[in-house]
Design a protein around this ligand. Structure first.
Ligand SMILES: [Zn+2]
Length: 453
């Protein structure tokens, strides 16, 4: 009996030592957000402070930042000791933006693969893709995106490598909510050759095959083991979609394995119907969603992560865009919870990943969603669908100091978001006067601790 108690005590201590510290560092006011932000102190003067939740702006506000955290917000706040003052009085200051569906470790190109991403998988190793992800992450941060949900097609967990590198303190980047490898029925989204499918070679691992209940549980656990923060599945990528029971098992095991949510790639109405019935957290892509399905999603509060591609000189067609806009109008009219999302995974010469992403504003404007609503969707809804709203995002005392500044007022003209002049992440300045300043984020070791994995 005694022995048991001792063992339980030892276990508890071990678990605390290994698990609790990084979490506590993220959540407890009074401690630095991250070790790398310790000692930072700023007084920010905001010409206009925007609250996307209420769609209001307040003139001449101040934000006090200390040890990576917002300590006070108001018209007249005391500067923290030895604080540097940053004058953003010519700008609007607002919370960071969220892309709820991106693929930072995948970039397919016209040359040499003619935008066929099968070939990208063959050509680019996980290692090079992880480095692409590091660069894409910084490009996103420079465009004001402080949170990215990174939903698979990232080789052998390059997305986890990116998240860990950012959290340990090697490089700057957004807060990453990553999925690890997409789980699907055998073949995933691919039509692999037998050699590829059976040897799991060349293009794998892009998908985890899971057809039976045992395989579903195992696949979820593998992703959690290798650092996933959300579970991404292919609901209906094949003529053998998951059943409602399968989907419920995913949801149950994801909840069991770290309290994660399930994001479902959906491309058929039947798949959407099953996902909605199972009570999935989010439906990724809008292609299958009808007015009726939108009504069901609204009733159940299921997130719509529509990845609404605009029609541009480099992508899309007028016909496809018309459909996308009509579906978005239907979703908005039905009160479906909406997220700003892009599925960005390609190279447009002359544009950064962040510029490709912000250009998705075109779709939201075409759907006549009011500017204030677009801003709320890109911020508040983004934190909610990322399941971090309680601990990161809003400009509020006690929260990590993540915010951006833009020219103009995005509540009245959403395209103001295209000109991000200032970015602070975890209380450290990443961009100032329109120029990236990554130096303070670069370290020769895991300054925030190697236990962040
Ligand atoms: Zn995608």
């Amino acid at each position: 009996m005694m022995k048991r108690t001792n063992m339980a005590y030892c276990l508890a201590v071990l678990i605390c030592a290994f698990a609790v510290f990084p979490v506590a560092a993220q959540t407890q006011p009074g401690q630095p957000v991250l070790a790398s932000s310790a000692g930072t102190a700023y007084l920010i003067r905001a010409g206009r402070l925007i609250d996307p939740e209420t769609g209001t702006a307040t003139a001449n506000q101040m934000i006090a930042v200390k040890d990576g955290r917002i300590v006070a917000v108001g018209a007249n706040v005391t500067a923290p000791e030895s604080a540097e003052t940053i004058d953003l009085s010519q700008y609007s200051v607002l919370p960071g933006l969220v892309d709820a569906h991106n693929h930072l470790a995948l970039t397919y190109k016209k040359t040499p693969e003619n935008d066929v991403y099968y070939y990208t998988y063959i050509q680019d190793s996980t290692a090079i893709r992880a480095i692409q992800a590091a660069s894409n992450g910084m490009q996103m941060l420079s465009s004001g995106f402080t949170v990215v949900r990174d939903l698979g097609n990232n080789g052998n967990y390059a997305d986890t490598a990116l998240r860990v590198a950012i959290e340990q303190g090697w490089i700057p980047g957004p807060t990453i909510i990553n999925s690890g490898i997409i789980i699907g029925g055998v073949g995933g989204q691919f039509y692999p050759t037998p050699e590829m499918a059976k040897e799991h070679n060349i293009v794998y691992p892009e998908y985890l095959d899971a057809d039976t209940p045992d395989e579903i549980i195992k696949a979820v656990r593998q992703n959690v083991l290798f650092g996933a923060k959300v579970i991404k599945i292919c609901v209906d990528c094949k003529p053998y979609p998951y059943s409602v029971e399968d989907l419920k098992l995913f949801i149950k095991e994801a909840a069991n394995a770290g309290g994660l949510k399930v994001a479902g790639h959906v491309q058929t109405q039947e798949g959407a119907r099953r996902a909605i019935e199972a009570g999935i957290w989010s439906i990724e892509h809008d292609i299958a969603l009808t007015d009726e399905l939108h009504k069901l999603m609204a009733q159940k509060g299921i997130w719509r992560v529509g990845t609404e591609t605009p029609f541009t000189e480099y992508r899309g067609t007028q016909a496809a865009f018309d459909g996308t806009v009509a579906r978005l109008k239907s979703a908005y009219a039905n009160g479906v919870p909406l997220a700003f999302s892009t599925d960005a995974d390609y190279y447009v010469p002359g544009m950064t990943r962040g510029q490709v992403v912000i250009n998705f504003l075109k779709t939201w404007k075409a759907a006549a969603v009011p500017d204030k609503e677009i801003l709320r969707i890109m911020t508040v809804n983004g934190y909610k669908v990322s399941n971090i709203y309680e601990k990161r995002g809003p400009i509020r005392a006690g929260f990590p100091a993540d915010f951006i500044a833009v020219k103009g007022n995005p509540l009245e003209e959403i395209d103001a978001l295209r000109t991000v002049v200032f970015v602070m992440k975890d209380g450290v300045v990443f961009k100032r006067d329109g120029v990236m300043t990554p130096e303070k984020f670069l370290h020769g070791g895991p300054v925030n601790g190697w236990r962040i994995r």
